[in-house]
Design a protein around this ligand. Structure first.
Ligand SMILES: C[S@@+](CC[C@H](N)C(=O)[O-])C[C@H]1O[C@@H](n2cnc3c(N)ncnc32)[C@H](O)[C@@H]1O
Length: 250
């Protein structure tokens, strides 16, 4: 049977690779590297740097072209489902072609594979589509952990829960509870569109990379600054990944 190692590689700093992730990389016969186009070239370079630094003996690497997602419109789930079906079909064809029976392939997943990443769902679809596969998941340092570490804060208040959500969901309104909300995948700066009174924000972009930016403070005070700094950084680099914790002030 073919086997896949789905390896969390950390959220931007190669030093976040765990001992387990490095060992897994070195067990693979083939390394599959996703190519999500121009905008994500910087992320591809980081994956390549990780391979160059941690793989002891040369391994074959294969680029995986990832089909583009259609505009989401009103039917977000339908569009994502269709997109995943297309990715699963193209990955199945690639695994059949590039991975022999009995061989092991590695997929390098940004951050942790369990958090806002569809690789595990897609591998499940590939298997359900008829390709016999075994797979193992190696956890990684997520951007949520990197954010908390760089701001030197705990995510939760004592005994309290934290919600991890998306900018799309926050745009529908700040939930009354829990008190702490971590927001990822926010291309629309949803934090700038909610009433800021009584809230503080801990924001980070390009965490773990040489371009890292951190801003924290009362939302009413720093919201405009984050919008400005974010827009300038996005313009300068051509892409941005940012994440933040919002919580009610003590
Ligand atoms: C598709 S999700 C992947 C999350 C990943 N699996 C993880 O564990 O962090 C991408 C989102 O993660 C966040 N993110 C990932 N890496 C980041 C980084 N280095 N700096 C800031 N945000 C990051 C951003 O919110 C980005 O929109």
């Amino acid at each position: 049977m073919r086997k896949l190692l789905i390896i969390g590689i950390g959220a931007g700093d190669p030093d976040q690779m765990t001992v387990q992730a490095i060992a897994a990389l070195n067990r693979a016969d083939v390394i599959f590297l996703p190519d999500k186009g121009q905008e994500k070239a910087a992320l591809r370079h980081l994956r390549e740097a990780i391979c160059a630094r941690f793989i002891e003996k040369p391994r074959r690497s294969v680029t995986m072209e990832t089909p583009r997602r259609a505009e989401a419109g009103d039917d977000y789930r339908g569009v994502v489902d269709d997109w995943h079906a297309r990715i699963a079909a193209s990955y199945a064809a690639l695994f059949r072609l590039e991975l022999a029976e009995g061989q092991t392939g590695a997929l390098l997943v940004w951050g942790d594979p369990a958090l806002y990443d569809s690789t595990l769902r897609i591998v499940e679809r590939v298997r359900a589509g008829g390709l016999a596969l075994d797979w193992e998941v190696i956890p990684g340092i997520s951007s949520v952990q990197a954010l908390a570490a760089r701001h030197r804060i705990p995510l939760n208040r004592i005994g309290e829960p934290v919600l991890i959500t998306t900018g799309r969901k926050l745009a529908e309104g700040l939930p009354q509870a829990p008190d702490g909300v971590v927001v990822m995948l926010d291309g629309e700066q949803a934090f700038a569109k909610i009433a800021p009174e009584g809230l503080e924000i801990f924001w980070g972009a390009y965490l773990g990379t040489p371009d890292e930016i951190l801003i924290a403070g009362p939302l009413a005070t720093v919201s405009d600054e984050i919008v400005r700094v974010r827009a300038a950084a996005r313009e300068r680099h051509g892409w941005i990944m940012d994440i933040y914790l919002l919580r009610r002030c003590d």
